[in-house]
Structures are given as C-alpha cells and as structure tokens.
Design a protein around this ligand. Structure first.
Ligand SMILES: *Cc1c(COP(=O)(O)O)cnc(C)c1O
Length: 370
C-alpha cells in the first residue's frame, strides 16, 4: 500500500524547501547527466562536513557497497564478515564478487585466514563499538567498510560515523533521513582508493581525469559500471543537505516524544525502548520497540493497523534466508538476531509527522494494554 492509503503511514518523503528550485536550475543549466554542478556541491558538502578524503555520489547505497567490493578486489573464496541483522545489499555486494558472507551477532572470533573485510552496520544511526572493531580488524589486516545507511552525521566517541573504515557507504533512499528518492554515496577515507573509485564509477574509464585535464583523452582502463546519479537527483539532495538542521531537529523531537510517551508503558508491557550509549550521538533515524515476544509484536502491529497506522518490522535474519542457508546458515547461529528479528517493531517516523498524529500512535499503543 502507498503512503496515502494510511491515516498515518510508516514513511512519507518530504521536500524541505529548495528542491524544486535546484532541480529547475539543473534543467536550465543543460547538464542533467552525472557529475554536474549539483553533484560537485554535494561532494564538497559531504567532504567538508565529514572531513573525508573523497565523497562520490552513487545511484544507491547498494551500488556504493558494490564499489567497495570492487575496490577491495574481493574474489571467490574470500570471506566478508557482517551482521545477519541487516539489509540484503550489505551481503549481496560481496556475494556478487563470489565472496562468502559470514553472518554474525558478535565480531569476536569470526576472523579466519580467508577474511578480507568486515562490514559493521551502524543500526538506527547508533554507532557500533568502533574502537574494538578497528582494533581487531587492523590487528588481522581486515578491511573495514562501514555501512552507514542509517548513520549520516552520527558520532561514536566524538568521531563521525563513516570516517572509521577505509571506505563507507551512505543511502539517500526515500526512507532515510536525507533523500533524493534513490541515491547513495561512497565515502573514501584511504586516499589510495580515490583514483580507482572514480574510474569504476565512470564505466571503467578515466573520464574524471580527462575532465580535470590530467590526461588528454579518455579511454577504457579498468572494469566498472555506471554508478553516478543524474544531476537532477543531486539537486534535490543538495536542498536536503541544506535543510539538515531543520530535518534533524524535527526528527530528534519526534524520537524524544516517542520515548517520553512510552517510558512508563514499556516496563508494564515487558517492552524495551531503544538504548543509546552515552558516548554515541545518534541520528534519530528510526524509533523501534522491542516487544516481549513475536505474538505481542504481531498483536500490536494488527492493533495499530486497525487504527490506520502502519508500523513495520525488519530485518529477517540473513543467515536464515534462502541465500543465507545456501552459505551454510542454520538456526541458532545468530541467537541475538533471531530473537530481535521476531520482536522489533518500527513506529511511523518521518520529518512531517505531526504531534497530533504522533499522539494517535501513542494512544493506540497505550490503549492496547488497557
Ligand atoms: C537502506 C539500506 C541499504 C540500501 O540502501 P539503498 O540506497 O536503497 O541501496 C543498505 N544498507 C542498509 C543498512 C540500509 O538500511
């Protein structure tokens, strides 16, 4: 069902101000393919705000992850460690190159002689234990790629998410905090990847170097694909970046209202609210409940649905998916993921969620208990 069919949908994209104006400007400029003015401004914005060596817009986070697998020369027989509790793209990007995804709950003990990379996912925009992850990975020569789809502008111990791994990826899909419909970015922290990333992104050609006047003709130099988005999308995205404070303030307010409204209810209902350790700055990407069990979760979802409120759950454990089982996944392999996956419920969360609509969600939750 589309957003319009619910009284309160789960997600609703919002335009924040200058999207139309910037898209019109891109059209007027006559440059609507990739790497136009707006793409460059998005790159500069991300590079200066995050302090990364290089940011490159991509057509999706999925494609940015595929680029990381190419840049790391992931080959058949390689192992890539990642949570089972994540979106399929985290795994697919590496599986496409013939690697075996190793699905885990905890990083410790998962590294073998075949491990090439580890992909922490900053779930809900709350940073993973990056000090430990970096120490373990660096000690064993394992590359770290952060899947930061939820975590743009979040911090772990004061350091921005997306700046820990040699590479990191962002998503600008409709459901993320900043969106141009479909889009993503590759963040490069290790400068040795910059030149090749530009080539992979431009169909395996040195077109970027040509445009900068570094070579006198452009030609096919490597494998690659077309990972760069239209400048029309970059125009919309830049407008979203420029509304960052307003977007993040509203999301924080929504998140805190959910927490305040459910604080007393949660212990009575045997539910748990999100926990954000004091040393993390989260991004207010989502608000979830951990219900006591699967049947309580399904009951609450059905009740909300009867009130026209769409709540959703995710992720089904990847190690128990059809593909995951093909890689040897079995019941009990990731007990935390299996447990959480049954109990987690995400509440409606979008920039334009009004207080009165949010109150209806809260009332519906409290009412079920009575
Ligand atoms: C949304 C998401 C992706 C994929 O993002 P796209 O831009 O839709 O490709 C990857 N990983 C995680 C954790 C996500 O939430």
């Amino acid at each position: 069902m589309s957003a319009g069919e619910w009284l309160i949908p789960f997600n609703r994209p919002s335009f924040e101000g200058r999207e139309h104006e910037y898209i019109a400007a891109a059209i007027a400029s006559g440059h609507i393919s990739g790497d136009g003015t707006f793409t460059k401004r998005c790159h500069q914005y991300l590079e200066s705000e995050l302090g990364v060596e290089k940011a490159l817009l991509t057509t999706s986070c999925t494609h940015a992850l595929e680029m990381t697998a190419l840049l790391l020369d992931i080959k058949p027989g390689d192992e890539v460690i990642m949570p089972s509790f994540t979106f399929v793209s985290t795994a697919n990007a590496f599986v496409l190159r013939g690697a075996r995804p190793v699905f885990i709950d905890v990083f410790e003990g998962a590294i073998t002689e075949h491990t090439r990379a580890a992909v922490p996912v900053h779930y809900a925009g709350v940073g993973c234990e990056m000090d430990q992850i970096m120490e373990i990975a660096q000690g064993r020569g394992v590359a770290v790629v952060e899947d930061n789809a939820h975590g743009l502008f979040g911090r772990y111990r004061g350091k921005q998410l997306g700046t820990f791994g040699c590479l990191a990826t962002q998503s600008f899909h409709e459901t993320k905090n900043f969106s141009c419909g479909e889009g993503g970015a590759l963040l490069i922290n290790d400068p040795k990847f910059v030149d090749r990333a530009e080539i992979l992104r431009e169909k395996g050609t040195n077109r970027s170097r040509f445009f900068r006047g570094l070579v006198d003709k452009y030609t096919w130099t490597d494998v690659g694909s077309s990972y760069l988005p239209s400048d029309l999308l970059a125009a919309a995205l830049l407008a979203q970046f420029e509304a960052r404070d307003s977007i993040q303030e509203r999301r924080q307010r929504i998140w805190e209202r959910y927490r305040a409204g459910l604080e007393d209810w949660a212990p009575r209902a045997g539910a748990r609210l999100p926990v954000v350790p004091a040393d993390r700055d989260q991004t207010h990407h989502m608000f979830y409940l951990l219900m006591p069990d699967l049947s309580a979760r399904q009951r609450l979802m059905a009740h909300l649905k009867s009130k026209g409120i769409l709540s959703v759950f995710h992720y089904l454990p990847l190690h128990l998916s059809e593909m995951g089982r093909g890689f040897g996944g079995r019941e009990g392999q990731c007990p935390v993921t299996e447990d959480i996956s049954d109990r987690l419920l995400r509440l409606p969360f979008y920039n334009t969620l009004t207080e009165s609509h949010q109150d209806r969600v809260l009332e519906a939750i409290l009412e079920l208990e009575a």
